[in-house]
Structure formats: C-alpha cells, structure tokens
Design a protein around this ligand. Structure first.
Ligand code: SF4
Ligand code: SF4
Length: 117
C-alpha cells in the first residue's frame, strides 16, 4: 500500500506534504512531487495537507494511472523533506483539469519553466 501523487500537483507544487511525512518519501521534479511507493508507510497524514487534493491512496480510482510515474521519478528526482516557496502562479493552476500534458520529467532545483529561455 502506498499513497500516490496525481495530476492535480502539476504546477501547484505547494510542498505542504513534505513537511508532514514521517519517513521523508517525497521526491521533487520541476513542476510536481511524487511519493516513493516502497518507502511510503501508508500513514495517510499527507493526504489532507495537500491544498490541491493531489494525494490519493492507491485504492483510489485515480491512483493506477499515476503509480508507475511516482515509482519511476522517485528513483530519479531528489528527495525533498522541507517546504520551499511554491511557484508564484500555483493558485492559478489549482483545480485546472488536463495538466498531465504539462508534466516535466526534469528534477527539482533547476531553472523554473518561466525562467527558461
Ligand atoms: S502539497 Fe499537494 S500540490 Fe503540493 S507538492 Fe504536495 S502533492 Fe503537490
Ligand atoms: S502516506 Fe504517510 S508515509 Fe506515505 S507519503 Fe504520505 S505522509 Fe509520507
């Protein structure tokens, strides 16, 4: 069992979730976070903390489409245990549908999408 980060995180990336995870199993990409499914202890603490309602248990119908993406990128992106400032336009993207096409495979810590030329 694990919890899974889904599409709603993309471009919101509020990072409230990382502050509460007792095992620090969040990994950060350029515009979303993922949960390492083998490290998550299924405590559920992060789910209500997410302002974008992006975190679901793997029993949720939305989870299946995102589980392998979480597993794949948790092995490639850096671990993130402390909240950092969210994107300036995070609120504008909260609740917007169809964000999967905006997913970035780049790791957190590089340039932001807006600063790329
Ligand atoms: S709190 Fe939600 S939107 Fe923010 S990084 Fe975590 S999963 Fe993504
Ligand atoms: S369910 Fe618990 S262990 Fe899993 S990611 Fe959320 S806070 Fe971390």
């Amino acid at each position: 069992m694990t919890y899974v980060v889904t599409e709603s995180c993309i471009r919101c990336k509020y990072m409230d979730c990382v502050e509460v995870c007792p095992v620090d199993c969040f990994y950060a990409g350029e515009n979303m976070l993922v949960i390492h499914p083998d490290e998550c202890i299924d405590c559920g603490v992060c789910e209500p903390e997410c302002p974008a309602q992006a975190i679901v248990p793997d029993s949720d119908g939305q989870a299946a489409a995102w589980l392998e993406l979480n597993r794949t990128y948790a092995q490639q992106w850096p671990n993130l245990a402390r909240k950092e400032p969210p994107p300036a336009d995070a609120d504008a993207w909260n609740g917007v549908a169809g964000k999967k096409a905006m997913f970035s495979p780049k790791p957190h810590g590089g340039s932001t999408p807006d600063s790329e030329t």
